[in-house]
Design a protein around this ligand. Structure first.
Ligand SMILES: [Zn+2]
Length: 238
């Protein structure tokens, strides 16, 4: 998958950079700390400051092989700028994303390698995951909540590595998703996220440095989406 600045520098939420392309209400930056979205995680939002002003970055969009930062106003900044990710929003996404890995790992272990068919994180502090679970007992799924919070309490470290795609495909469980699997990068490798002692899987999103950074998690609701799919909604405690 593409290697983003935020993959190598997850703690750098602001930096000085330069506009390399611009149109009214959008800019391409030489470097960006913003996560562009993907894998069920929403794109970062934040602010752009320059000599002439300041504007909110409301979204990101790939077009023409470039990553465009979409601005809240029809301005066209040039030159040196400061790009800053909204830290509250990033932290929320990062918590939810890490918690979906924990849930995913436990479902995979308890339900014979059940794969993910969809995932979406929301800005209201909830997320949903869809699993391919034929005839699963919803009460058994709901009963995973204490185990999810036990992993949070254990504060397990989260690490990253890059694995050649053919090696990744040969390791059962590393490609966990049927719908949001990240494509390999130009060098043919895929990014693997490890929650040490619990889980390894391919993913291109942002995650906590260790699981203890998450607020406690509630399993809010489980819906049957056809005979094969279960939709599990989780939420962070306020
Ligand atoms: Zn992830």
């Amino acid at each position: 998958m593409a290697r983003y600045f935020c993959h190598d520098h997850p703690d750098v939420l602001g930096l000085e950079t330069r506009v390399v392309d611009a149109r009214s209400g959008a800019v391409v930056l030489e470097r960006t700390p913003f996560y562009p979205g993907g894998g069920g995680q929403l794109a970062d939002r934040g602010r752009l400051r320059w000599m002439g002003g300041e504007v909110t970055i409301v979204g990101l969009e790939f077009a023409g092989g470039q990553l465009w930062h979409l601005l809240a106003e029809p301005v066209e900044p040039t030159g040196v700028v400061q790009a800053a990710v909204d830290p509250r929003f990033r932290t929320l996404m990062t918590q939810l994303h890490t918690d979906t890995h924990i849930l995913n790992a436990l479902v995979y272990q308890h339900f014979r390698g059940a794969l993910v068919t969809g995932a979406q994180m929301n800005e209201d502090g909830t997320a949903r995951m869809d699993f391919d679970l034929t005839d699963a007992d919803n009460d058994r799924l709901r009963a995973l909540e204490p185990a999810v919070n036990d992993v949070v309490r254990q504060d397990l470290p989260v690490r990253y590595g890059y694995v050649p795609m053919d090696e990744a495909a040969a390791q059962p469980g590393l490609l966990r998703s049927r719908s949001v699997a990240p494509p390999p990068g130009p060098d043919g490798t895929i990014r693997v996220v490890e929650i040490v002692g619990l889980d390894r899987q391919a993913c291109g999103g942002t995650h906590l440095a260790s699981t203890g950074g998450s607020r406690p998690v509630r399993i809010l609701k489980i819906d049957n989406k056809g005979r094969h799919n279960r939709r599990v909604r989780i939420g962070l405690e306020p």
